[in-house]
Design a protein around this ligand. Structure first.
Ligand code: ZN
Length: 134
């Protein structure tokens, strides 16, 4: 059994942006079989698995913006003015742990791995990949 790690840097261009990172992760996998942890080192971003369908991705943005709206005032805005970005990140997840088979992510047919920017644009968002397997 071995443990391998890599990091992936992403520049984002919009305040809210969903980026499919499935192929980038597949390129960096260097175990044949095991598990991979995909972790974003930022508290205003997320890592999720879902379907890469453009309407659905718009629906996610719409839903998050309707749950966490400008109707309310948020305490964190007193110091940092990005409470909504953090709150959206709380509702999603900062990591996913996924199976690896034959050197690739073992996803379902309609599944992709996404990095979600919630407070962009930002330079060099860092995602850590940790693989355990053989
Ligand atoms: Zn903040």
């Amino acid at each position: 059994m071995t443990i391998k790690s890599h990091s992936l840097k992403i520049n984002t261009e919009r305040n809210f942006e969903i980026i499919d990172i499935t192929s980038k992760i597949n390129e960096l996998i260097d175990i044949d079989e095991g598990i991979i942890s995909i972790f974003s080192k930022h508290s205003t971003s997320a890592i999720v698995v879902n379907e890469n369908e453009s309407g659905l991705l718009k629906d996610l943005e719409f839903t998050l913006n309707n749950l966490i709206t400008d109707k309310y005032s948020y305490s964190h805005d007193r110091i940092d003015n990005n409470a909504k970005s953090h709150l959206k990140s709380f509702l999603l997840s900062s990591s996913e742990c996924l199976p690896v088979k034959n050197g690739k992510l073992d996803l379902g047919t309609w599944q992709s791995v996404f990095f979600i920017e919630l407070d962009g644009p930002r330079r060099a968002r860092t995602i850590t990949l940790t693989m355990v397997g053989e």
